[in-house]
Design a binder for this molecule. Structure first.
Ligand code: UDP
Ligand code: MG
Length: 313
């Protein structure tokens, strides 16, 4: 059986369409499945719609968070509750093609491949500034973590052994896209075209994207700390040269007042120090977040039909 994990936040117009599109294609292909919906604190009627679907379909499980915890938390809740031999992550807005789920399943079914990951053929219609930044972000995090993250997405099918491995990772600040690469396992790629979102809007605001990038870079790689250290080494070397030069001028040359130089150096060094402190501060805040050991999410309800409902009604 395959578990289809679908996080949803304010997707009242989409939940039914998504469930029926996924259900139809998997039934047509004779693939046994379950759908695990996670309602990530939606403010609209998403949860009511999910509950209604559970009543009429025993393949659907619906999970209700106590508030909005973010897609990452929803993904990990879904992985924990999935009961399939494999699981695939699917967005509730049908931006991932359902046919690709079948393609992934067929690859997994043959055996020998534990992760079938979807890579974006193109990024769909996107703002060029956003595109540029996301390219830079994936370059940075890829370099820092040693993982190939170009065109990566959350659209992945995982074998049970991968799900179990991910469920054993204890950190609170998760980044599924990178963690599912870090665990290893034999991986095959399939390419898919990102569709346009037809109903509702993307949940991302520009400020959230900056947050997302900075957060994930600092929780997944220590590269920024190394960059800051390298900065320190370079400025130290420059200061030796300037220092020798200054002393030479004082004793043997014509020593000038050099007031502008003092100002510039003062500004430069203090800003480098402040910047470095900021980077270190970020890491300290990550440690603080982790050490609190709070749960990744809080579940308010889980609804699914009883296993024996078929027989007893
Ligand atoms: N989502 C979620 N919690 C959030 C934001 C988004 O569960 O806080 C879900 C959303 O309902 C959708 C998926 O994550 O199923 C992808 O979200 P979205 O389409 O907004 O992101 P994009 O496709 O633009 O990256
Ligand atoms: Mg989307």
């Amino acid at each position: 059986m395959i578990s289809v994990i679908i996080p949803a936040y304010n997707e009242e117009g989409n939940v039914e369409r998504t469930a029926s599109a996924v259900g139809r294609i998997l039934s047509e292909n004779d693939i046994d499945y379950e759908i695990v919906f996670i309602n990530d604190g939606s403010a609209d009627r998403t949860w009511q719609k999910m509950q209604a679907m559970v009543n009429s379909d025993k393949r659907i499980t619906a999970v209700n968070f106590s508030r909005n915890f973010g897609k990452e938390s929803a993904i990990f809740a879904g992985l924990e509750l999935a009961r399939g031999n494999c699981a695939v992550l699917f967005d509730c807005d049908l931006q991932f093609p359902v046919e690709t789920v079948v393609e992934m399943y067929r690859i997994w079914e043959k055996g020998g491949v534990d992760i079938v990951e979807g890579r974006k053929k193109s990024r769909g219609k996107e703002n060029p500034v956003y595109k540029g930044f996301s390219l830079l972000f994936y370059k940075l995090i890829g370099k820092g973590s040693g993982l190939d993250m170009q065109d990566a997405s959350d659209f992945k099918l995982m074998d049970r052994c991968v799900i179990d491995a991910l469920n054993r990772m204890p950190e609170r600040l998760t980044f599924f896209r990178a963690m599912s690469g870090w665990v290893g396992f034999s991986t095959e790629k399939v390419w898919f075209e990102v569709a346009e979102r037809e109903i509702g809007t993307s949940k991302w605001k520009p400020s959230q994207l900056v947050h997302f990038a900075v957060n994930n870079i600092t929780s997944f790689t220590s590269a920024p700390l190394q960059i800051v250290t390298a900065f320190g080494v370079i400025t130290f070397l420059i200061s030796i040269i300037l220092g020798v030069n200054t002393l030479y001028n004082k004793f043997f040359g014509n020593s000038e007042a050099g007031f502008p130089t003092v100002i510039i150096l003062q500004l430069l060094t203090s800003s480098i120090i402040m910047f470095s402190l900021g980077v270190i501060g970020y890491y300290i805040s990550k440690i603080y977040e982790e050490i609190k050991q709070r749960p990744r999410y809080i579940i308010r309800d889980i609804v699914r039909q009883r296993e024996d409902k078929d027989k007893n009604g």
